[in-house]
Design a protein. Structure first.
Length: 197
């Protein structure tokens, strides 16, 4: 496994598979590929990737079935899943998010780079060994925000873990409850002891 983690791409169209594989590999991820839903489920179960990019329209088992199996099975239920959807199929997106997909992309609408940033946001939540992407506190640049954040989260000055004396990192999670835009909820955590604040 690469230091950044392994991403499983389940997609029956070769062109899409290649584009996403290229962008992920060039950014340092390991990639495994499945060309239909059955193979996708098999690889999800046996390889336990750090993240799954899942097409909905797939031969053998469709993406909804694969997602259901992933979420119903203990070994795979916590793996982040980003679905590929087709432009205009809002009900598919809604259904997949209700079934436990973490995020979605619209085919041909999001650039591979935008998808990569979604992937980074989700893989950060995982316990991947190595130089994972973490959101260092940017509020150090802005004193007002820093004061506000410190008051809200009740952190001691300097944003250090009280136990480990290590600088805390800000983790961000997509928030689907709020409508109208792309919202994230966040929390502070210690990269050493993993305690959240
Ligand atoms: Ca397809």
């Amino acid at each position: 496994m690469s230091q950044k983690g392994t991403v499983l791409i389940v997609e029956d169209q070769e062109g899409f598979r290649n584009v996403y594989e290229d962008v992920l590999v060039s950014d340092g991820y390991s990639v495994i590929l499945a060309v239909d839903g059955e193979e996708g489920w098999e690889l999800a179960r046996t390889k336990k990737p750090n993240l799954i990019l899942l097409d909905l329209g797939l031969p053998k088992l469709d993406g909804f079935e694969v997602l259901r199996l992933i979420r119903e099975t203990d070994a795979t239920k916590d793996i982040p899943v980003i679905i590929f959807s087709v432009m205009g199929e809002q009900k598919d997106i809604k259904k997949a998010l209700e079934m436990g997909a973490n995020d979605y992309t619209v085919k041909g609408f999001y650039t591979p780079r935008q998808i990569l940033s979604k992937i980074k946001g989700l893989v950060t939540q995982l316990d991947v060994k190595g130089p994972v992407v973490s959101y260092k506190l940017q509020v150090k640049e802005d004193k007002l925000d820093a004061v506000k954040l410190r008051e809200e989260v009740g952190l001691p000055k300097g944003y250090l873990c009280p136990d480990c004396k290590v600088e805390l990192v800000l983790e961000m999670f997509p928030d689907y409850v709020r409508q109208g835009g792309h919202w994230y909820s966040s929390r502070l955590s210690c990269p050493n002891c993993a305690k959240a604040f």
